[in-house]
Design a protein around this ligand. Structure first.
Ligand code: MOS
Length: 740
């Protein structure tokens, strides 16, 4: 760290990409237009299972501007890509577009019209006549279990949970259910592809992983990765839906090569619900037991999630259960059941988000059954080390997070009696839950240049999906060099830059910053060599004698700016690259926290709202106070959606999605927002990386829905074990469909 920049790490530096976004200078994938561009529009299956028996494109082909219409009998032959894995989970569809006539889900591409304008392509797509042989679809998790049972998806076991349960004082055995939720980033999936005369592919794609996508396309087109460039400088968020390469991007690149011109394809909002992933439906059976002192003695978390018939995607609901609480006898199991839906994928805090709804609701039920206050129950049972891996946590402040949040929230004012806290017509409920997410740091490369004009340039093939990555990279360069933020240019989202991580898994901060800092230090070393060279500005000094401050080198009371050093030696820049490795496995690296939620239930008009949330989050060092707080606040908003509103519904008769649009897929709006108070604990985790940061994108959504459900129980006495907690489930006279 340079002498004068000690406060840049942690400061609430505004997003450096903000002005470009506000001024409309930020180009998103679909903004990359060119004069000879052709436009694709899909024809999407209207059945969930069966075969295309006839495709009549004659009329559509005669429509204005139509260039070609692709389908399973007319599509270039491509190669498969092995699916990508994240934390052991397969995460992308391995089937190629238009492989054959089979239909596995409603909304699957069955044809792709390419025309000279978007409007012409869309109009013609509506004149492609498709006939199907429809088969009876597997429409939901319950039908999947009947139809194909389960496929094993891994787990963890220690001790003998069954016998510990059978001999325990107090037990609960409850089953939770979560629906399909669909990522709804503002920016729709979009791809723009073109091939140059030498057969090199350039693709602008809404992608959370330009390197992963380049490597996948390299396999699919069987050309060297160096001949493919994936650009994603700006992404209108993704929440996980843009981590992997979906059929539309592959199809866009393929037809662009066939037609010899650039092609743009935007996935319509309705197909964002069908062909670009979703969080799967889950059923989770929780069996917990305590001894006479309210100590957990047995914990079983058995989760089943829906997957597609083409790939197995495991939602690792028990990933947190293994290590959050101390319990000698514990079993976590994951399994899937196949349904006629597109392949699910990671959605913000995959596994943990639905998993902690079940775990943290069940812990609340267990605490009440054991007669212990839910906060005290957690404090009594939190694990002090990771018992699943037999490792110490690198840094764990969940006790302090829980206590601080309880204090700020006013938990001590809670009257535990159900429905006892009234304000006017409303019944107030207090609930809380722990939150938790793993910390991962992957290998990373980065480059930093100190330039003769006094500016710095940093690049890495990671992305900024709106979270603030551009800004924290600039902060790291500024931290090492002392160059002010406004003279630092950061370039991300280009697969030709040094290899960087996906913007996912909350990996990017911990992975990217050490590589950036290393590259900046290497650039400074080069600069010092220039300064101490024979025609250098400090030729009499040795490099070790120089210090760095404020974008200048200092020696013996004299100071020369980087620009002066470079100018004297006639170099245009001093450059550094660095490679950093994945985290070691000496510790269990995880982030921790607690949510406290107030709900208000008006039984007179059956109105429920989340009125207040206090969250205390322990993610190691906070790099940027503003963007970090913003991530937790956004995750809380998304958690309110998960708790009260979000569910992608499928017709149980035929497996067709019925609310796959913005009108009927309900997300929270401004009027649904609680007061949100985020406490960032800010304990650097220096065993994890030099900045001590663990990443913050996902943890905020974990546990939030459970905290809401626990508060709803406190207000109403109703334990809703099926998300979302809609009003019908709380009204007294409405027949219940829920499994609870
Ligand atoms: Mo996140 S689900 O890893 O984008």
């Amino acid at each position: 760290m340079s002498d004068t920049q000690q406060n840049i790490i942690g400061a609430g530096v505004p997003r450096i990409d903000g002005p470009d976004k506000l001024a409309g200078r930020a180009n998103y994938a679909a903004d990359n237009l060119s004069p000879d561009m052709a436009y694709g529009y899909g024809v999407f299956s209207t059945i969930a299972k069966g075969k295309v028996t006839r495709l009549d494109v004659d009329e559509a082909k005669r429509m204005p501007g139509v260039i070609d219409i692709f389908h399973h009998d007319h599509f270039p032959s491509l190669y498969r890509t092995p699916s990508s894995f994240v934390q052991g989970n397969k995460v992308e569809e391995t089937r190629l577009p238009f492989e054959d006539e089979r239909v596995y889900y409603e909304g699957q591409f069955v044809a792709l019209v390419v025309a000279d304008s978007f409007e012409n392509a869309r109009a013609a797509a509506r004149h492609v006549k498709v006939e199907y042989a429809s088969e009876s679809a597997v429409a939901n998790l319950a039908q999947g279990l009947e139809d194909n049972g389960t496929q094993a998806g891994g787990g963890h076991s220690r001790g003998d949970a069954a016998s510990a349960f059978d001999s325990a004082d107090t037990t609960i055995d409850v089953t939770y259910h979560t629906p399909v939720e669909t990522h709804n980033p503002m920016e729709m999936h979009a791809s723009v592809a073109y091939w140059d005369a030498q057969g090199n592919l350039t693709i602008y794609d809404a992608s959370q992983g330009v390197v992963v996508e380049r490597n996948a396309l390299s396999k699919i087109f069987a050309i060297a990765p160096e001949r493919i460039t994936v650009h994603a400088p700006y992404i209108g968020s993704g929440f996980g839906s843009k981590l992997w390469t979906w059929p539309h991007a592959i199809a866009t690149a393929a037809v662009s090569r066939e037609l010899g011109r650039p092609v743009q394809l935007v996935v319509p909002r309705q197909q964002m619900f069908t062909t670009t992933g979703h969080r799967p439906e889950t059923r989770q059976r929780m069996r917990l037991a305590t001894d006479g002192n309210g100590k957990l003695v047995s914990l079983r978390h058995e989760a089943i999630n829906t997957t597609s018939f083409t790939d197995q995607y495991v939602e690792t609901c028990g990933s947190v259960t293994k290590s959050l609480y101390s319990c000698p006898d514990l079993t976590v199991s994951h399994a899937t059941t196949q349904v006629n839906r597109g392949t699910p994928t990671s959605m913000r805090a995959p596994g943990a988000a639905p998993g902690l709804f079940a775990l943290e609701s069940a812990i609340d039920e267990m605490a009440l059954a054991a007669g212990v206050d839910p906060v005290q129950f957690r404090l009594d049972n939190y694990a002090e080390r990771d018992e699943s891996q037999d490792l110490d946590f690198s840094s764990n402040h969940i006790v302090e997070a829980t206590k601080q949040a309880a204090e700020r929230f006013g938990w001590h004012e809670r009257n535990p009696q159900i429905g006892s806290m009234r304000e006017g017509r409303e019944i107030v409920g207090y609930g809380m839950a722990a939150c938790n997410w793993e910390a991962l740091k992957r290998p990373c490369d980065a480059r930093v240049s100190l330039r003769a004009d006094g500016t710095a340039f940093a690049s890495c093939a990671t992305q900024d999906i709106g979270t603030g990555t551009y800004t924290i990279v600039a902060q790291a360069v500024s931290d090492v060099t002392g160059i002010p933020i406004d003279r630092i240019t950061v370039k991300l989202g280009d697969s030709s830059y040094p290899d960087g991580p996906i913007s996912g898994g909350s990996w990017a901060t911990a992975t990217t910053l050490p590589a950036i800092a290393g590259a900046a230090r290497n650039a400074l070393d080069e600069l010092k060599r220039y300064a101490t060279g024979s025609n250098g500005i400090f030729a009499e000094a040795s490099a070790d004698d120089l210090s760095v401050a404020d974008g200048a080198l200092r020696y013996d009371g004299k100071q020369a700016s980087f620009a002066e050093v470079l100018d004297a030696a006639r170099y245009g820049s001093a450059d550094g690259e660095a490679h950093t490795e994945a985290a070691d496995s000496k510790y269990s690296y995880r982030s921790f926290g607690a949510h406290f939620v107030e709900v208000r239930w008006d039984p007179g008009i059956s109105h429920l709202r989340v009125s207040r949330v206090v969250s205390a989050i322990d993610v190691g060092k906070v790099i940027n106070e503003t963007t970090a707080r913003n991530q937790v606040e956004g995750a809380v908003v998304m958690g309110v959606g998960m708790g009260l509103f979000e569910a992608t519904e499928y017709d149980e008769r035929n497996g067709r999605p019925v609310n796959n649009d913005y009108a009927e897929y309900v997300v929270p709006v401004h009027a649904d927002q609680p007061e949100i108070d985020v406490i960032l604990l800010d304990y650097p985790d220096l065993a994890f990386n030099e900045y001590g940061a663990r990443g913050i994108g996902e943890i905020g959504i974990t546990g939030l829905a459970a905290a809401i459900g626990n508060a709803v129980h406190h207000a109403t006495g109703k334990r809703i074990r099926e998300l979302p907690i809609t009003l019908d489930k709380l009204m007294d006279d409405v027949p219940q469909a829920q499994s609870a």
